[in-house]
Design a binder for this molecule. Sequence first.
Ligand code: KIV
Ligand code: NA
Length: 264
Amino acid sequence: MKKITITDLITWKQQGQKFASLTAYDASFAQLFEQQDVPVLLVGDSLGMVLQGKSDTLSVSVDELAYHTRCVRAGSPNSLLMADMPFMSCATPEQACTNAAALIKAGANMVKVEGGSWLVDTVKMLTERAVPVCAHLGLTPQSVNIFGGFKVQGREEEKAEQMVADAVALEKAGAQIIVLECVPASLAKRITETVSVPVIGIGAGGDTDGQILVMHDMLGVSANYMPKFSKNYLAETGDARAAVAKYVQEVASGEFPGSAHTFK
Ligand code: KIV
Ligand code: NA
């Protein structure tokens, strides 16, 4: 795989070419993903759940994200690598700069921040200081205790309008990618058509520019739990490489996500 940059993603959006991405936490899987042409990888704070066995992402530290970012970068030199800014790492724009620097120095090409318009100053400050930013809207898991659980977001008209406004404000502030998690497909479609930056969805229907899944979900290894929007590709193929190849191909063809994996 050639080196992937934000320019490639913008071109794919403009051409309507859907792209797949996955979370990754270690060098071995990162290498496998790169060999199967997964252009975008995310070192997610989901590592608190899938690696550490916690019930949410809140206890994950910047140091842990940096460690796993170094691991993933070692296995995948060419992917566009995003790393999550964990809970409270963006409490102030100044703290966000310090913490983002640690992730960029660990090998990330971009940091991902959870939250809406309140992050405009932070996104601006990071971008001006040469840290590319992805903004994560919808079911932002760091807000699980505000939401009262892991619930689909943006079903009410007012909240949907707010999410569109947030996406526009964050793009204007400099965000170069938007991730939408667990939002109705119609809202994700509207946001994808409204902003000019690439939109990557998870549980957001088939109309976003890209898709992302947590690798443990798409390999069906998260013991007794499979989110509605995910799909067990290992069960279908019996081989990790074939599973990833099938996911990449089904995203490109538009077969995934189907209506069974989508919130209306
Ligand atoms: O941490 C994570 O894995 C994520 C993705 C679900 C987008 O933020
Ligand atoms: Na995350």
